[in-house]
Ligand binder design. Structure first.
Ligand code: HEM
Length: 561
C-alpha cells in the first residue's frame, strides 16, 4: 500500500535496516542522488513550513498562546527528543509533569500534538467542542488496517466515515443485532468453561490447572467476534477440547501486533515524505502482520460474496455479520458496500473488539488474585444473583454490580493504551485559553485521566468499591462501564465515541464473570502473589498472567461438548 515515488526507485539507492541499531544504512556509492533529493525536499519543506507558519498568524493565534511545551526545532519539531526518549508516551507524560501542566503542545514535524491529562480539559475537547475535534489523523498503520481509510474507527471526518459509522452502529452492533447474535456469544461463553474444565481434567495439578490468562482472554474475545462476523470459531481444523488452534493464535497475535503500532509515534506519521525509508521499521512489521490477518479473512469474505452474487444464497437470510454487510443495499437496490469496504470494516471490527476486553480482564484477574477478598466478594455476588446450578447470562449483568465495578476499575487503572484514539481538529479554536491550531492531534492520556490524584483517592490502588457509591453518595450505584464525564476513558463520548459499548461490555463482563463463577483462582503453586509489574514499553502486565484455576461448581454444571 505504501507508495514509493518512482524517481526514488530510479536512484537505485541501497538501503537496509540495521537490526542492532534500527538505523537505515545507506550505500555510499549511491548516496549522491538521494542526498540531492533529500536536500530538495528539505528546501521545499522549509518554504512550505515558513509559508504555513506565516499563514497561521491569524487573529486567534495572535491573541492566545499555544499550550506550554518544549521549543521545537525547525521542520523536525521535537522529533529528535521523541527518538531519544522511548517509550514516547512516558517521555510526553514526564515532560508534562516537569512542566507541571495538564495540557501541552509538542510539535512533531508540522503537527501540533496536544496531550491532555485532566478530565476537565478532556471535557472541553470532547463535550463542549466535540464538533471541532471530530476527525482522526492519517497514519501509516491506520492506512493499512482501514485499506486506505474506508472504515469507521480510524477514518478522518467526512462522508466515508459517516457512512461506515452508520453501518456499524445501526447494522452491526445495534440492540436488535446484538440480540440476534446472542446465541453465538453464548456458545463461546460455554466453550470457555468447557475448555478450562477439560484442561483441569486432563492434566490436573492440585485439582486444577495453571492457565495462561493472556492467551485465554485474547482467544475468548477473538472467538466471540469471529463467531459473530464469520460464524466460525476456527479458521482451520480446530480442536476438540475447545482450545485455540495454531491459526487462531496466529490471527489474534497478528491483530495485537498491528494494534501495538497504531498511533505509535512513528516518524513517518509526522514526516510523511520520509515514509519510503521506513526508518523505524514500523511499516514492514505492520504490513506483515496485516497480511496475516487478511490471509485468514479475505478468502472467507470473497467466497461469501461470490455465493451471494452467483445465486447460491438465493432466498437465504443473513446468518452472521458478514452476511449482513454483503446484503446491505443502497437506495437504488445496489450493494451498499464494495468488497474492499466489507473487508476493511470486518477487519477493523475484529481489531476493535479483541484488545480492550482481554486486557481489562487479564489485569482485573491479576489484581483480584492478589486481593482475595475482592475475588471472594465477586464470586459471592454471582452465587447470590445466579446461583450455582446455572451459568451467568447477559441478562444477569444488571444485577452484577460488584463484578462490573471490578471490570470498570481495571479499565480505569490499567487501560490498554496510553492515549485515547487521537482526535484531530478541523478548524482553529481556543480551549481553556490556549490556541489549538487546525490539524492538531489531541491525545487524551488514559492514565493521566484515570490515575489523576485530583480526581481519584489513592489512584494507584485497585479498589472496585470506589465505583459502587452513587454520585450523590446516597446509595449503591447502578454500575456500568461507560464514563461519559471522562474521569477515565472507557468508551469515551461524543461524535467519535465508541459505538460498540454494549458489545464491549457484554464480552468483558461475560469473560470475567464466567472465570470467577466457574473456578477458584490463585497464584501458581510455588508463587505467593502475582507480579503486577507493568511492561517497560507499554501498559500490559510485564509478563502474561499465569494463574491456577480449580473448578468450583458441581461437575454436572460444566458443559460436556
Ligand atoms: C471493552 C471494549 C471496548 C472499549 C473499552 C472501547 C473503547 C473505545 C474508545 C476509547 C474509542 C475511541 C473514542 C474516541 O475517539 O474518543 C472507541 C471507538 C470505537 N469503537 Fe470501541 N471499545 C470497545 C469495544 C468495541 C467493540 C466491541 C466495537 C464494535 C464491534 C467497537 C467499535 C468502535 C468504533 C466503531 C469506534 C470508532 C467511532 C468513531 O470514530 O466514530 N468498540 N472504542
Amino acid at each position: 500500500m505504501a507508495k514509493i515515488p518512482s524517481f526514488i526507485a530510479l536512484c537505485n539507492t541501497t538501503l537496509w535496516l540495521d537490526s542492532a541499531t534500527n538505523l537505515a544504512i545507506v550505500d555510499l556509492n549511491t548516496f549522491f542522488l538521494p542526498s540531492m533529493f533529500l536536500a530538495s525536499i528539505g528546501l521545499g519543506l522549509l518554504i512550505k513550513f515558513t509559508v504555513n507558519s506565516l499563514r497561521k498568524q491569524t487573529s486567534v493565534s495572535a491573541s492566545f498562546p499555544l499550550p506550554p511545551g518544549p521549543s521545537p526545532w525547525p521542520i523536525l519539531g521535537s522529533i529528535p527528543d521523541l527518538l531519544r526518549n522511548k517509550p514516547s508516551y512516558r517521555w510526553i507524560l514526564g515532560l508534562m509533569k516537569e512542566m507541571n501542566t495538564e495540557i501541552a503542545c509538542i510539535r512533531l514535524g508540522n503537527v501540533h500534538v496536544i496531550p491532555v491529562t485532566s478530565p476537565d480539559l478532556a471535557r472541553e475537547f470532547l463535550n463542549k467542542q466535540d464538533t471541532v475535534f471530530a476527525s482522526r489523523p492519517k497514519t501509516m498503520a491506520t492506512e493499512y488496517l482501514s485499506r486506505g481509510f474506508l472504515t469507521a474507527v480510524v477514518t478522518p471526518w467526512g462522508d466515508q466515515w459517516k457512512k461506515m459509522r452508520r453501518v456499524v452502529s445501526s447494522e452491526m452492533v445495534s440492540h436488535v443485532r446484538l440480540r440476534w447474535l446472542l446465541e453465538k456469544r453464548n456458545e463461546e461463553a460455554n466453550n470457555l468453561v468447557f475448555y478450562l474444565h477439560n484442561q483441569c481434567n486432563k492434566n490436573s495439578l492440585c485439582g486444577g490447572q495453571v492457565f495462561n490468562l493472556r492467551l485465554l482472554t485474547r482467544q475468548f474475545s477473538g472467538n466471540v467476534i469471529r463467531k459473530m462476523i464469520f460464524n466460525k470459531r476456527y479458521f482451520g481444523k480446530g480442536r476438540e477440547d475447545g482450545g485455540p488452534g495454531t491459526e487462531e493464535i496466529e490471527h489474534v497475535d497478528s491483530a495485537f501486533e498491528v494494534l501495538s503500532y497504531v498511533y505509535a509515534f512513528g516518524i513517518q506519521d509526522y514526516l510523511p515524505y520520509l515514509r519510503w525509508l521506513d526508518l523505524d521499521g514500523h511499516e514492514k512489521i505492520v504490513s506483515r502482520a496485516m497480511g496475516v490477518v487478511n490471509k485468514y479473512h479475505d478468502p472467507i469474505i470473497e467466497e461469501r460474496i461470490r455465493q451471494w452474487t452467483d445465486g447460491t444464497m438465493k432466498n437465504k437470510v443473513p446468518e452472521d455479520l458478514l452476511d449482513v454487510l454483503i446484503s446491505l443495499k443502497d437506495e437504488h437496490g445496489k450493494p451498499l458496500l464494495s468488497t474492499e469496504e466489507i473487508k476493511a470494516q470486518a477487519g477493523e471490527l475484529i481489531l476493535a473488539t479483541v484488545d480492550n476486553p482481554a486486557n481489562a480482564v487479564e489485569w482485573a484477574m491479576a489484581e483480584m488474585i492478589n486481593q482475595p477478598d475482592i475475588l471472594r466478594k465477586a464470586a459471592e455476588e454471582i452465587d447470590l444473583v445466579v446461583g450455582k446450578s446455572r451459568w451467568v447470562q447477559e441478562s444477569d449483568f444488571a444485577k452484577l454490580n460488584y463484578v462490573k465495578a471490578c471490570a470498570r476499575e481495571a479499565l480505569r487503572l490499567h487501560p490498554l493504551a496510553p492515549f485515547n484514539v487521537p482526535h484531530v481538529s478541523i478548524s482553529d479554536t481556543v480551549v481553556a485559553g490556549y490556541f489549538i491550531p487546525k490539524g492538531s492531534h489531541v491525545l487524551l492520556s488514559r492514565t493521566g485521566l484515570g490515575q489523576n490524584p485530583r480526581i481519584w483517592h489513592e489512584p494507584l490502588k485497585f479498589n472496585p468499591e470506589r465505583h459502587l457509591m452513587s454520585k450523590d453518595g446516597s446509595g449503591v450505584a447502578d454500575v456500568d462501564l461507560n464514563e461519559q464525564e471522562l474521569r477515565f476513558i472507557s468508551f469515551s463520548t461524543g461524535r467519535r465515541g465508541c459505538v460498540g459499548s454494549q458489545l464491549g461490555t457484554a464480552i468483558t463482563i461475560m469473560l470475567l464473570a464466567r472465570l470467577i463463577q466457574g473456578f477458584d483462582w490463585s497464584a501458581p503453586p510455588g508463587e505467593s502473589v502475582i507480579d503486577l509489574s507493568e511492561s517497560a514499553n507499554d501498559l500490559l502486565l510485564a509478563k502474561p498472567l499465569f494463574a491456577h484455576g480449580k473448578p468450583r461448581l458441581d461437575l454436572h454444571i460444566y458443559p460436556v461438548e
